[in-house]
Unconditional design. Structure first.
Length: 263
C-alpha cells in the first residue's frame, strides 16, 4: 500500500513539471535521479553473470517504456482514468492461467468497469487511453521480470542496474523534448521528490514483495491503485470524473481484489 500511495502522489506532482519539461522530460529526470540514489545506496557492479545483467536490462527497458507511455497518458487523461487503464496489465496477469470459474466473473466486472470509464461521463482522449494500455502491458511484464530479478539477489543491486538502464534509454527523449530546461534548479528539486516518491521507495517495496510473493498474488498489493489515483486526482489536482466513471474505477479495483484473492 505504501508503494501505491507513493506512485500516485508522485504522479500528481509530475503535473507541475509537464508545462516546463513535458512528459518525456519528467520520465528522464525521474529515472536519472532515482538511478543516482539507488546506485549510491547499493553500488552495483557490472561483473555479475550475463543472465542477471540481461534480466536487469529487460526490467529497465520495461520501466522506461512504461514511464514514457504512462506519463503521456496522464498528460491527456485524469489521473484516475489513466491509472485504471494501466492496471489492466497486472489484472490480466492475475487472471492468466487461472482455472476458476469465478475468475470469469471478475474479468466481466473489470470489463464493465472499463466500459463505464471509457464511454460515459467526461470524454476521454483516445491517444491517452492507448498510452495507458501500453503502460499496463509493460507493467504486467515488469512484474514477471521483476520477480526473476528479485530472486537473483538479496539486495537492491539488480534494481539499481535496471533503473540505470531505463534512465539511459529515456534520456534522449527527455533531452529532445526539454533540452536545457532539465537542469533548472527548481525543476530538479521537484523532480527529486518525484523520483523518491515514484521510483526509489515504491520499487524498493515492490522488489521486497516480489521476493516473498508469486506474481499472481502481488496483484493484490496494487489492487487499490485505480481508486487511490482517482482520489488523489480529485483532492490534489481537482480532476473530476462522472458518477458512472467512478463506478468503473471501483469495479476494476474490486475485480482485482477478487481475482488475486487466495482461494
Amino acid at each position: 500500500m505504501a508503494g501505491v500511495l507513493g506512485l500516485q502522489c508522485g504522479a500528481a506532482l509530475t503535473t507541475r513539471l509537464y508545462p516546463v519539461v513535458g512528459p518525456a522530460g519528467v520520465v528522464s529526470l525521474r529515472l536519472c535521479l532515482a538511478a543516482v540514489v539507488l546506485t549510491a545506496l547499493w553500488r552495483p557492479g557490472l561483473r555479475g553473470d550475463r543472465s542477471t545483467l540481461g534480466v536487469a536490462a529487460a526490467a529497465g527497458t520495461l520501466l522506461a517504456v512504461h514511464h514514457l507511455s504512462y506519463y503521456e497518458a496522464v498528460d491527456r487523461l485524469p489521473l484516475g482514468a489513466a491509472t485504471t487503464m494501466e492496471f489492466l496489465g497486472p489484472f490480466a496477469l492475475a487472471l492468466f492461467g487461472s482455472r476458476r470459474v469465478a475468475d470469469l466473473l471478475w474479468a466481466c466486472l473489470a470489463a464493465a468497469g472499463v466500459v463505464l470509464l471509457s464511454h460515459s461521463g467526461i470524454p476521454l482522449d483516445a491517444a491517452g487511453l492507448a498510452c495507458a494500455l501500453l503502460a499496463g502491458c509493460c507493467w504486467g511484464g515488469y512484474i514477471l521480470v521483476g520477480k526473476r530479478l528479485a530472486e537473483r539477489g538479496p539486495d537492491g543491486r539488480g534494481l539499481a542496474l535496471a533503473v540505470t538502464w531505463g534512465a539511459l534509454l529515456s534520456l534522449p527523449y527527455g533531452i529532445t523534448q526539454a533540452g536545457s530546461r532539465l537542469l533548472d534548479p527548481t525543476v530538479l528539486a521537484l523532480a527529486a521528490a518525484v523520483a523518491l516518491l515514484s521510483s526509489v521507495l515504491p520499487y524498493t517495496f515492490h522488489l521486497e514483495a516480489l521476493r516473498r510473493l508469486p506474481p499472481r498474488a502481488f496483484g493484490v498489493l496494487t489492487s487499490l491503485e485505480p481508486a487511490v489515483g482517482a482520489l488523489i486526482g480529485l483532492l490534489v489536482l481537482g480532476q473530476h470524473l462522472a458518477v458512472p466513471q467512478w463506478a468503473g474505477v471501483l469495479a476494476v479495483a474490486l475485480a482485482s481484489i477478487g481475482a488475486t484473492r487466495t482461494p
